[in-house]
Design a binder for this molecule. Structure first.
Ligand SMILES: [Zn+2]
Length: 698
């Protein structure tokens, strides 16, 4: 197989350019971002500036650049005492010249009077949010068998829908295939990440020809792409209302903002850093509680709807490899991303090997854990992927080499070159190659787990697991000691068994990596097989390790269509024993046993009977019988308290269920009275009784 080449110029598809209609406020009220240069370059100083929440955007050998988002940032920097000079007083508008030129070129290219680029779509200018959403819908319409449009579970703070697509052969029935997640624009101003994500979708579709890598990947696996995780921020940045915006639109914890709130000059540095708002290790190093910091973590784990939507997506998907794209720091990163994590993670060898393999597409870029080759960050997308699911997550920091106004979104030719690995600056440094290799790794069964087997066609199989993810240790209430808090997260993924009755379901291992050491947790999935009408036919568990294949025959007693076989099942516990009877003393003795009941009947009754015709209902010791009758009663969680204690006869009903029941643990209680004048013979008094579960309404 060969990797497909880029399509010919003439066959390129170009998405329509939509006109952005975002509200433009009067310039006096617009956010201002100031670029300054600090004459300090030591790591200690940089860490201090970052710890203060300042937006350090360029770190060179001879100078350091910061973007000051509003007067609070200026005060914080002034308070450090470090000398600095203003490079650009108001950065907004500084890129207008080249952005305008690119957009004119794009419009001309779409009319066929200017050359297209060598990207899959031929684009030559950054997409607006309107372009992105229109293009995703166009993809689903153009390729209905291969592209499925979806929306995240929550709209953004400003009410925007967050769109994504699934891409696979026969995408409607591709739920069991291993999935590769590709996302862009957690950070608003990092525009190239949106371009890369969309171009890769087109790349796969345009190269989906027999024998090509794209075709093999779409046959074996599924791409899940969310080009813009932060649409509110991206729209403000891309429409140049707040071009250097990084975070979302949260101004005040717990309060839904308006667009006017988000564009207000006084709020220019507000917002939550969406890549500090996932669940594991929330609140740890490299995330700030300050509302104005560049890495504000939010009021709680997953406090932001954009991240709730991403987590919901991951919880119902079988993503085995994830790439969350960022710019601009020339790195390829993996977990651990903070010093709170194990320095050596549970899958250290496999995770590092995959990182090294992927990094071959980015020669010269630093590749490693954040903690080794970058700064620290907590509750990142990688931590979510790895500690919540055991999936391998990576962050590329792309289109490096620019500073000032072009740091996060350089002229578009650099997007083209870094995607393809062309040009002088990015020769052989190819995001395209990175994505192809990561998608391939996502489909390789030795890197995840596989559940194969048989089940009736049309039945639904569901794997679920309720887990707790630990925050970092931090002070939650002023004056109280720091503590770790656990936050629940529920994974629930389903497939429908195909007509063949055979399934091959690619999943993540059941035991997640520990957040504290290099081991895996001893966890199992709940595995449920349900009929098309939702009736549960079988409930079991699955423990499966990375690289393992488990084979299960499920719902084997159910027939096609999911009928439930009539079942009345009674399993008795250990025999009941009263202990020693004391002669000459009036007393009552108690004993009990357990009975586990499964019934699919409309109603069912548990009865006890004594088949002995000579001394019915009495305990016997050889030829001697007790004077008083044996009495019995029963109760259970599902049936409640049954009748009062009743002498055991040849047929004594004890307990009735008025609905089907599974594994209901009934207790059967016995009572034996001994009178002061009752004669007792040395030895053991006993009786073998028969318990019956019966129904008149099967
Ligand atoms: Zn970023």
């Amino acid at each position: 197989m060969t990797r497909g080449g880029i399509g010919l110029q003439g066959s390129k598809l170009v998405a329509g350019l939509a006109v952005a209609t975002a509200l433009l406020l009067p310039s006096a009220a617009q956010a201002k971002t100031t670029l300054v240069e600090v004459e300090e370059t030591s790591h200690a100083v940089l860490h201090k500036l970052e710890a203060l929440g300042l937006d350090v955007t360029y770190e060179g050998d001879e100078r350091t650049e910061l973007m000051l988002h509003g007067p609070e940032d200026e005060q914080i920097l002034a308070g450090t005492g470090y000398a600095y000079k203003v490079l650009i007083e108001d950065m907004d508008g500084a890129n207008d010249a080249y952005l305008d030129k690119e957009e004119v070129h794009q419009a001309r290219a779409e009319r066929g009077i200017a050359p297209l680029s060598t990207l899959p779509t031929g684009r030559v200018a950054y997409r607006t949010l309107t372009d992105v959403n229109a293009e995703l819908q166009q993809l689903a319409t153009t390729y209905p068998d291969r592209v499925k449009l979806f929306t995240l579970s929550k709209p953004t703070l400003l009410g925007k829908t967050i769109y994504g697509v699934e891409v696979s052969h026969d995408v409607a029935t591709a739920g069991a295939k291993p999935s590769f997640l590709l996302s862009g624009a957690h950070h608003a101003r990092e525009w190239p990440t949106v371009e890369f994500t969309l171009e890769f979708i087109w790349d796969l579709l345009l190269n989906d020809k027999a024998g090509d890598d794209a075709s093999a990947l779409l046959e074996k696996g599924k791409l899940i792409a969310v080009p813009v995780v932060n649409p509110d921020g991206y729209d403000l940045s891309r429409s140049l209302q707040n071009e250097q915006k990084r975070k979302n639109c949260r101004i005040t914890a717990g309060v839904i903002p308006t667009l006017a709130d988000c564009t207000l000059a006084a709020n220019v540095n507000r917002g939550i850093d969406l890549n500090r708002n996932y669940l594991p290790f929330w609140g740890g190093p490299g995330s700030s509680s300050s509302a104005t910091a560049s890495n504000t973590r939010g009021e709680a784990p997953a406090s932001e709807p954009e991240i709730q939507g991403m987590i919901d997506l991951l919880n119902k998907s079988n993503v085995t490899v994830a790439i969350n794209n960022h710019t601009p720091d020339q790195r390829l990163l993996r977990a651990p991303s903070s010093s709170n994590e194990p320095d050596v993670v549970a899958d250290e060898v496999a995770y590092e090997a995959l990182l090294q393999r992927l990094s071959k597409n980015l020669p010269g870029w630093a590749a490693g854990p954040w903690t080794d080759v970058y700064y620290e960050a907590s509750s990142t997308a990688e931590q979510q992927a790895y500690y919540a699911y055991g999936a391998f997550g990576f962050t590329p920091e792309a289109t490096p080499g620019f500073s000032g106004t072009q740091t996060f979104h350089p002229p578009y030719q650099n997007v083209i070159d870094n995607y393809l690995g062309t040009g002088t600056r990015y020769a052989n440094q190819t995001m395209r190659g990175l994505y192809y290799d990561a998608f391939a790794a996502a489909t390789e069964a030795d890197k995840h787990s596989v559940l194969t087997g048989t089940a009736p066609a049309g039945t639904t199989l569901t794997l679920s697991k309720s887990t707790l993810l630990d925050s970092s240790s931090l002070v939650w209430t002023t004056g109280q000691p720091a503590e770790v808090r656990a936050f629940p997260n529920t994974i629930a993924q389903s497939i429908t068994v195909p007509a063949s009755g055979k399934f091959e379901w690619h999943v993540n291992p059941s035991g997640r990596p520990s957040q504290y050491n290099a081991t895996h947790l001893d966890e199992a999935y709940d595995l449920v097989c349900s009929a098309p009408d939702g009736t549960v036919l079988e409930r079991t568990t699955l423990k499966i390790k990375r690289g393992e294949v488990a084979n299960r025959s499920l719902c084997t007693t159910g027939t096609v269509g999911g009928t439930v076989p009539a079942t009345l099942s009674l399993t008795l516990g250990a025999p009941a024993t009263f202990g020693a009877f004391v002669p000459g003393l009036a007393a009552e003795y108690d004993a009990s046993t357990k009975a586990d009941v499964i019934s699919t009947a409309g109603s069912a009754t548990l009865s006890v009977s004594d088949p002995d015709t000579a001394n019915t209902g009495k305990l016997v010791n050889g030829a001697f019988a007790l004077a008083q009758p044996l009495r019995a009663a029963a109760s259970s969680p599902a049936a409640g308290a049954g009748s009062a204690l009743t002498p055991v006869t040849t047929n004594t009903p004890l307990l009735t269920w008025t609905a089907p029941v599974s594994n209901d643990p009934a207790t059967v209680a016995f009572k034996q009275a001994i009178g002061a004048g009752d004669p007792l013979r040395t030895g053991t008094y006993s009786k073998t009784l028969t318990f019956t579960l019966s129904t008149t309404n099967p």
